[in-house]
Ligand binder design. Structure first.
Ligand code: KIV
Length: 276
């Protein structure tokens, strides 16, 4: 395994919150994916992914939990640390886990600071709208960029009771518009909008000054994000229609494990060339 700088890394300019804003202004779509480990982060970075989110989706796709609710600060610190180590170009954003920012703004600030100082992320992401704007402002004021997350906010799954499309009714759509504006005013540098009607997401993207990155929010956003394990065909417990599978790595890995198992049982591995 190489720890040398990547040959292409010098030529590529580091992605910053400022360059994301420029991308929005010039109509250059932002490509974002999630990562939870060093090797994947390195590959995403080499592929030219602009934003790497260390999502609390780690709870589901790494830890096997049913929801993201149980993910802890210590777990996020670990995932963020190993991801940040693998990235040179992309902007690394760390998710603040459930209850690390909701109690009060002081606690939120302390936890955001830990993700930046101890784990090396360059920005944090929080779920929620107007109700968390004071917290967003406090975090931004100390110099930590904040990404908002609206629409389907998985940390509130027990309140919603379902992972269905959000903001299909006019009242909730209006609330989403208000929340997006409030987060922008509070100083958020970007928003993730998850699983809402494409037209609504396009309208919010057009109105917002800051980049809006969609997941299940149609093509009218300023960028797109998916959970990497979903798009690689590794996490197959759900297959929401917004996930495009770019590979079937789950099948490929299963096949490799089965072939290895057969070879060991048949004493066909290791062979002479694999022995000393
Ligand atoms: O945790 C996560 O991976 C996320 C994405 C779905 C945006 O928040």
């Amino acid at each position: 395994m190489s720890t040398q700088p990547r040959p292409d890394s010098k030529r590529q300019r580091k992605v910053t919150t400022r360059s994301l804003l420029q991308m929005k202004r010039s109509g250059d779509p932002i490509a974002a994916l999630t990562a939870y480990d060093f090797l994947s982060a390195e590959l995403l970075d080499r592929a030219g992914i602009d934003v790497i989110l260390v999502g609390d989706s780690a709870g589901m796709v790494v830890q096997g939990l049913d929801t993201t609710v149980g993910v802890t600060m210590e777990q996020m610190l670990y995932h963020c640390q190993v991801v940040a180590r693998g990235v040179e170009r992309a902007l690394v954003v760390g998710d603040m886990p459930f209850m690390s920012y909701q109690v009060n703004a002081d606690e939120a600030l302390r936890n955001a600071g830990r993700l930046v100082k101890e784990a090396g992320v360059e920005a944090v992401k929080l779920e929620g709208g107007e109700s968390i704007c004071e917290t967003v402002r406090r975090i931004v004021d100390v110099g930590i960029p904040v990404m908002g997350h609206l629409g389907l906010t998985p940390q509130s799954i027990h309140k919603f009771g379902t992972y269905q499309v959000r903001a299909t009714e006019p009242e909730e759509a209006e609330e989403l518009r208000r929340d997006a504006l409030a987060l922008e005013r509070a100083g958020a540098f970007a928003l993730v909008i998850e699983k809402v009607p494409a037209q609504l997401a396009a309208e919010i993207s057009a109105r917002a000054e800051i980049p809006v990155i969609g997941i299940g929010a149609g093509p009218g956003c300023d960028g797109q994000i998916l959970v990497t394990q979903d798009m690689l065909g590794l996490y197959t417990r759900f297959h929401p229609r917004f996930v495009r599978r770019y590979a079937e790595l789950g099948q490929a890995m299963l096949g490799a494990f089965e072939r290895y198992q057969r070879d060991v049982k048949a004493r066909e591995f290791p062979g002479p060339d694999e022995s000393y």
